[in-house]
Design a protein around this ligand. Sequence first.
Ligand code: GRF
Length: 221
Amino acid sequence: MTDQAMAPGTPAEAPRIGVLISGRGSNLQALIDAIARGQLKARIAVVISNRPAAGGLARAEAAGIETLVLDHRAFASRDAFDRAVAMALLERRVSLVCLAGFMRLVGTPLLDAFPNAILNIHPSLLPAFPGVDAQGQALEHGVCFSGATVHLVTRDLDAGPIVRQAVVPVEPGDTVETLSARILVEEHRLYPLAVQTVLDGGWSVTGRRFVPAHQRPGTSR
Ligand code: GRF
């Protein structure tokens, strides 16, 4: 296996992240590309898919990243699947987990193994339109703006502290496809930025809020 493409000067001890996918993996690709151009100072230690046919697996392989399929249907319970995922990530010394189109609820074993260290990207301006078909929900409600949100994963679906958001307009005549495509462009820009913010540290969580390093008391902009 070739070594993962990394920008010149990226230290070998760059933080190790694990990416969980279920599908095409375009956000995974955005992370791979951001690392390759030196924007994101990290190394993807493993890409794990719960679906053997996920297109994102080929993207990881093409970048020389280890892949692992853990098919949730092969596990006796949700917790057993979560434990296996957590174990695989811990074995590879991952410090941050990025969900990128991972279509499984994250349960206690995984949350406990990575406290405040699991990120998700969602195609709406949370807390509006959590869950599936966020773009369809936005159209149904007739909102003028939607977007993308990167948040810390907690027990509650799509409800964790918001790390970063991007806004897109909803245009007259939009369909789920056209709105999704417009949001996806922003997702690909947003996710690497949010991952770097979290890796940089210095932030805290206060109640529901993610407080970035520069907004903490005693720090100046
Ligand atoms: C993205 O829209 C992401 O926000 C959502 O699932 C989709 C995954 O797309 N959670 P991809 O697999 O990264 O292309």
